[in-house]
Write a protein that binds this ligand. Structure first.
Ligand code: ADP
Length: 501
């Protein structure tokens, strides 16, 4: 397609037979607009490796325009009554629900994940917007008593933000970013990931229908470089929120430091331990192990990618986990029975395959899987490694795919030491029927989230984020509103009748 020929809306036919109008422009000031240079890029379906459509690409000068819009919208939005913001969020949640089937299909077409997973993501997206609607009038300051001579109070001041999201949960990660922006009275420029821009643009259309004033949320498609980097270093943004790899997180923090010291929140990688004790309910645990590493084809930052099994149940758990992995339906993501769709991109698939080769090369054994599936699309078998050593690359590094390492342990102390032997600290799973053991181990584990007898189990009220190299700051729950506001302290000296000063 010639550069300038791409319309701002195109008809897209999803393999389910559904046709819809996909916006392609940059969403700035509540309109889909052309970028200055009218550059476009292709959006590839991971399922059939063909182009779905092209979309317009934001360059640095377009980021500037979007940042201007977010700054211009700030004075009114940041001082709007909470009920006004709640109304937009409630309406947006309703619109997500009304368009749930379409949004799930867009997500599956664009990302390759199973429709089953996409439907879950869209439901969580609506739930999170609704939860944020309820927070609008609960983002409060404090009255601080320092004696009769002064009145002191704090205010939570919203921020002009930049936000960069990844490709593994495009719409859900968008909701984790936009929910607190809209609730707190902040404004934003959000960049979607270059491999999955479609659902974010569609949400732009829904934001207008929800009654959001122009410029509050601006959504751009574009690459890490230049658009993402321009956001991270922009002098007129007061905060950058990023979800993605630890390597890019470091760059974002550096760019923020070297530009205007904007506030930074990072939700990064992980190598999360998932611990099975002898007294665990084994059948329930197997389901949790599957959810932990094979849900969303393993493209989950908090995936339970290191399974630690106590020696008393090692053989049983391993045999049942292998059987469960082999019974997972991998393939056409639009088939309602499919649990694992395609990996999101060719680059990602080849990264995972390289890790599998590295595991084999370093002497680990494949219990099941390890191969790309035959035919078109970026499909991979669920893969379990045994005979791993703690210093192998597959045990140390985040693979971001359906590949898990199994490690045997004997004592509780050994499990804790193994679990904490990582630079990351995003999540951990503990499977035991002994509540005292569960709490003891949970207390000792260095991770932002600990799941006990469950895994990948999210709720809008429960904060999420990492220790150590897994990030800075928290999303969801009450915590997130500290990340999207800054504290202003006001101290007033009083001249009261009867006081001396
Ligand atoms: P992956 O490498 O697996 O694609 P990334 O962490 O690179 O994961 O991608 C997550 C998001 O970060 C995407 O939106 C991507 O465009 C963006 N990104 C990548 N590099 C940079 C960068 N240098 N600065 C800002 N954003 C970036």
């Amino acid at each position: 397609m010639k550069l300038a020929d791409l319309p701002l809306k195109v008809k897209v036919k999803i393999p389910t037979g559904r046709e819809y109008e996909q916006p392609t422009g940059l969403f700035i000031n509540n309109e889909f607009v052309y970028p200055k240079q009218k550059k476009t890029f292709d959006v590839i379906s991971p399922t059939n490796e063909e182009s779905i459509t092209s979309v317009y690409e934001a360059l640095e000068e377009d980021v500037d325009i979007a940042v201007e819009a977010a700054n211009a919208a700030y004075p009114r939005w940041s001082t709007s009554p909470p009920a006004v913001r709640a109304k937009v969020l409630y309406k947006l949640a309703d619109l997500i629900d009304e368009n749930a089937d379409l949004l799930a299909e867009i997500e599956t077409f664009d990302n390759g994940k199973s429709l089953m997973n996409s439907k879950g993501d869209v439901a969580l997206t609506a739930a999170y917007f609704r939860s944020c609607a309820g927070w609008c009038d609960k983002i409060l300051g404090n009255l601080i008593n320092t004696g009769a001579t002064h009145l002191n109070y704090t205010q939570r001041v919203p921020l002009v933000c930049g936000q960069i999201i990844p490709w593994n949960f495009p719409i859900l990660m968008l909701s984790w970013k936009l929910g607190p922006v809209l609730a707190s009275g902040s404004t934003t420029v959000l960049k979607s990931a270059e491999s999955t821009p479609l659902s974010a643009l569609y949400v732009g259309k829904l934001l207008v229908e929800a009654g959001m004033p122009k410029g509050v949320v601006n959504i751009i498609s574009g690459f890490g470089n230049p658009a993402g980097a321009a956001i991270a270093s922009h002098p007129k943004l007061e905060k950058v929120a990023f979800t993605g790899s630890t390597a890019v997180g470091r760059k974002i923090m550096k760019a923020a430091a070297e530009s205007n010291l904007k506030k930074v929140t990072l939700e990064l990688g992980g190598k999360s331990p998932n611990i099975v004790f002898n007294d665990a309910d084994i059948d329930r645990t197997i389901q949790n192990l599957v959810m932990a590493i094979f849900y969303n084809s393993g493209e989950v930052c908090c995936a339970g990618s290191r399974v630690l099994i106590q020696s008393g149940v090692y053989d049983e758990v391993l045999a049942k986990f292998k059987k469960a992995a082999e019974s997972i339906k991998v393939g056409n993501p639009f088939d309602p029975e499919t649990f694992m769709g395609a990996q999101a991109s060719e680059i990602q698939l080849s990264k995972i395959l390289n890790y599998i080769e590295s595991g084999k090369g370093q002497g680990a054994k494949i219990l099941t899987g390890g191969q790309r599936c035959q035919g078109k699309g970026f499909f991979l078998q669920p893969t379990i490694f045994t005979d791993v050593k703690d210093d192998m690359k597959i045990v140390k590094e985040e693979i971001f795919g359906p590949v898990v390492s199994i490690i045997k342990f004997d004592t509780v102390e050994e499990a804790i030491a193994l679990a904490n032997n990582t630079e990351y600290g995003l999540a951990a799973g503990i499977h035991t029927s002994n509540i005292n053991q569960a709490i003891h181990v949970s207390n000792k584990i260095n991770a932002g989230t600990v799941w006990i007898n469950t895994y990948n189990d999210f709720n809008p009220m429960v904060p999420f984020g990492g220790f150590h190299s897994s990030g800075i700051g928290r999303e969801m729950g009450e915590e997130v509103f500290h990340e999207y506001t800054q504290c202003k302290a006001v101290r007033i000296k009083l001249s009261l009748p009867g006081t001396k000063l």
